[in-house]
Design a protein around this ligand. Structure first.
Ligand SMILES: Cc1cc2nc3c(=O)[nH]c(=O)nc-3n(C[C@H](O)[C@H](O)[C@H](O)COP(=O)(O)O)c2cc1C
Length: 307
């Protein structure tokens, strides 16, 4: 067992349930990260949610003060066109988040810095091929995005994707996509994931930064209200159909360029995303209430299959 696996096991043992509150663009910030970590799940946010580097510095200070020893992580864009990465890493060094989840590229760009502060680096992947490349690049673990996920979605069912990954990787594995219930969390564990990403279920919480209209649409929506489309960002993502129709960008996406992806991105502000698990969100609750409901459902699901 590697030292990364041992540290990941210690992190898992500290949690109330094996859940990572997903990093969500324009949605998860200081409030959601601290509430999640204090409730006994991993809190995360995308660094790109900070409009400026000063904002990021303030968010990191608020999080380190607020998590109260709980686990937290940050999602970093490592695409070669994203020019703020090195500054973000330098700021994070002192705060030393437990996890870094890299998005949209090889984790290599962040490896040395994250390992330098004793953090674990997980590469966001959609396919076994991307998983193999991330491991070869030195990632400590994988964060698999399966079908039905909010945001940029994977296309493969967790049944097939996790099985394919487990053929060649027995190290730390995070997986998510449409998991909005305790039974879903347990199912992902049974399939072979160690930690389960939950995003959509938290979109309408009191600590979410989602716009009021987004929050209302999430509460009203069911699985039938989700459309997968690459027309907004050039990559397949799940959108609330009503907001997609209202704001479908004329001419479509112009190509993948993350140099300007910070919190003022118009696409995500106008077109609202949610995953296929959206039907489980029926009201605004606190993150602590959602975690405690998921924990109760998880225990009930465990008891039901133990019979
Ligand atoms: C509104 C929204 C924004 C998201 N933004 C990001 C992001 O900035 N970076 C990222 O890696 N994933 C992002 N995601 C994906 C989540 O991290 C996670 O993979 C997904 O929410 C899991 O599926 P679920 O929503 O069905 O639980 C986003 C998801 C949503 C719903």
């Amino acid at each position: 067992m590697t030292s990364g696996s041992r540290r990941f096991d210690a992190l898992l043992a500290s949690l109330q349930i094996p859940v990572m509150a997903a990093p969500m663009f324009l949605v998860s910030g200081t409030e959601m990260v601290t509430a999640a970590a204090r409730s006994g799940v991993v809190g995360t946010f995308p660094a790109a949610n900070a409009r400026t580097i000063d904002d990021l510095s303030a968010m990191i200070a608020g999080i380190t003060e607020g998590v109260d020893g709980g686990a937290w992580g940050v999602n970093l864009i490592v695409h070669r066109t994203y020019d703020r990465l090195d500054t973000e890493l330098a700021l994070l060094r002192e705060a030393a988040p437990d996890l870094v989840i890299t998005a949209l590229g090889t984790p290599q760009r962040a490896l040395e810095a994250v390992h330098g502060w004793g953090g674990l680096i997980f590469a966001d992947i959609n396919t076994p091929e991307q998983a193999r490349r991330a491991i070869a690049a030195g990632a400590d673990g994988l964060a698999a995005v399966c079908s039905g996920a909010g945001g940029h979605t994977g296309r493969y069912s967790p049944f097939a994707l996790i099985a394919a990954i487990r053929e060649f990787w027995d190290g730390p594995l995070i997986a998510g996509g449409a998991v909005s219930s305790g039974a879903g969390i347990l199912a992902m564990r049974v399939l072979g994931a160690d930690l389960v990403t939950v995003g959509t279920r938290l979109l309408a919480t009191a600590e979410s930064r989602a716009a009021d209209g987004h929050r209302r649409m999430v509460i009203d929506a069911t699985i039938a209200d989700i459309t997968t489309s690459d027309s907004v960002t050039g990559v397949p993502a799940n959108w609330l159909t009503e907001s997609l129709h209202r704001h479908r960008p004329a001419g479509g996406p112009t190509g993948i360029d993350f140099s300007g992806v910070v919190a003022d991105s118009k696409a995500w502000r106008d077109v609202w995303s949610a995953g296929e698990g959206v039907g489980a969100v029926r009201a605004t609750e606190s993150v602590a209430e959602v975690v405690s409901a998921l924990a109760a459902e998880y225990d009930a699901a465990l008891a039901s299959i133990a019979r």
